[in-house]
Design a protein around this ligand. Structure first.
Ligand SMILES: *Cc1c(COP(=O)(O)O)cnc(C)c1O
Length: 394
């Protein structure tokens, strides 16, 4: 028996007793709108596969070709011998896609956020963060020595208070998720960017749940609000809409990206992005622009599902994002609903405390451009059946 075993057994038991044990469901084939599981085929409504590109033939082809032309892995960080032509091409392609000055790749957006704040901020600076920001932003902020300010979620008068409190700081950096994953709500970047301008603050947006499909041409939250030139730094992931494998990036002001290449620890001390993922990333961005109907379908599918669920009598959080929270409130009913849906072949997940506040339990549906209208309608129909069975609908 190792020294800590007893304590860990107890801690594991506490997690289980509290009903918080996370069970992984085994998928036995590729990610997609239909997935094979150990219990058979289900229609998938809970992946971040917003554009349906995770197993798209053109993406697989680009990845296969890069395996042949550029090999499997580099066994090196970027600055020693881990930079291939395709890494520079993907960085340039992202900059072009988002109309930014320069881009730096990471192996995840978690790392992009982990290496961001410490690079720019010292004890004489201030970082101002939305209270619901992603865990990787919280962790990234923990690594820097700046004074920390936290504002109530999307509360502009509270953000203003923080900016005023930080008026003596050398640099004020405001950071927000572009889209918040549990609610599917967009950060009000029009107001946030105006406040940043007024208070001479740097604005950082983590657009992991938007890049590729939010905004008219999929440029993200800033495009939606018409403020692309007012966001200084965007961090995002290749692991959601953009093919879904892994990888992340930071993009924005030239001097900031240059400093990240010199100082950012996950960039300097962690391996380079694999060639197959890098080349596939370029193909993903090309495909989004070549076939704009994919972004349009993400938006029209989302609208169809949101309207259908509302008509069926469900309380859904209003909005435009393919993340659609169906509010059940009661924790037990939420879990019952999720498992009844799954039994009927619609794969959805329930979220309850502590992931969301007590009494705000919900099913979080994610709509994909890969769904067809019959599949959307089928999900609405099954939700209605199950809702009636459980007494949630009249
Ligand atoms: C998913 C997500 C991340 C993490 O991205 P990875 O590339 O998977 O590490 C970071 N920030 C936000 C807001 C996310 O939703």
């Amino acid at each position: 028996m190792f020294a800590d075993r007893e304590r860990l057994v107890e801690e594991l038991q506490q997690i289980e007793d509290a009903g918080l044990w996370k069970q992984e469901r085994l998928i036995t084939g590729p990610q997609g709108v239909r997935i094979n599981t150990e219990d058979g085929e289900v229609l998938n409504f809970c992946a971040n596969n917003y554009l349906g590109l995770s197993s798209h033939p053109a993406i697989l082809e680009a990845a296969h070709a890069a395996l042949d032309s550029h090999g499997f892995g580099l066994s090196s960080v970027r600055f020693i011998c881990g930079t291939q032509d395709i890494h520079k091409q993907l960085e340039a392609r992202i900059s072009k896609f988002l109309s930014t000055e320069d881009t730096i790749l990471y192996t995840s957006c978690f790392d992009a956020n982990g290496g961001l704040f410490e690079t720019f901020l010292g004890p004489e600076d201030a970082v101002i963060s939305d209270e619901l920001n992603h865990a990787s932003i919280i962790d990234g902020i923990r690594l820097c020595k700046a004074k920390r300010h936290r504002y109530s979620h999307a509360d502009m008068s509270d953000l203003q208070r923080c900016l005023t409190d930080a008026s003596d700081a050398r640099t004020r950096m405001v950071v927000t998720d572009g889209v918040f994953s549990m609610h599917g709500d967009l950060a009000p970047l029009d107001e946030i960017s105006a406040l940043c301008e007024e208070h001479r603050a740097v604005l950082v947006v983590d657009d992991s749940h938007s890049t590729g499909f939010i905004g008219k041409t999929g440029r993200g939250t800033a495009e939606h609000f018409g403020v692309q030139d007012r966001v200084d730094i965007i961090t995002s992931t290749l692991g959601k809409a953009l093919g879904g494998a892994s990888g992340g990036f930071t993009t924005g002001r030239r001097e900031m990206i240059a400093l990240l290449r010199q100082r950012s620890r996950p960039y300097l001390f962690s391996n380079t992005l694999a060639p197959a993922i890098t080349a596939a990333g370029i193909r993903v961005l090309d495909l989004i622009d070549e076939e704009p109907e994919r972004v349009e379908r993400s938006q029209s599918n989302t609208l169809r599902f949101r309207q259908g669920m509302t008509r069926a009598g469900f309380a859904i959080t209003p909005g435009i994002h393919p993340i659609v929270p169906i509010m059940i409130h009661d924790e037990r009913k939420t879990m019952e609903m999720a498992s009844a849906m799954n039994e009927r072949g619609i794969f959805v997940v329930g979220f309850s405390y502590p992931v969301v506040p007590r009494g705000e339990a919900r099913i979080r549906v994610q709509i994909s451009a890969g769904h067809d209208t019959d599949q959307i309608d089928r999900a609405i129909a099954v939700f209605s059946e199950v809702g009636k069975d459980l007494g949630l609908l009249p």
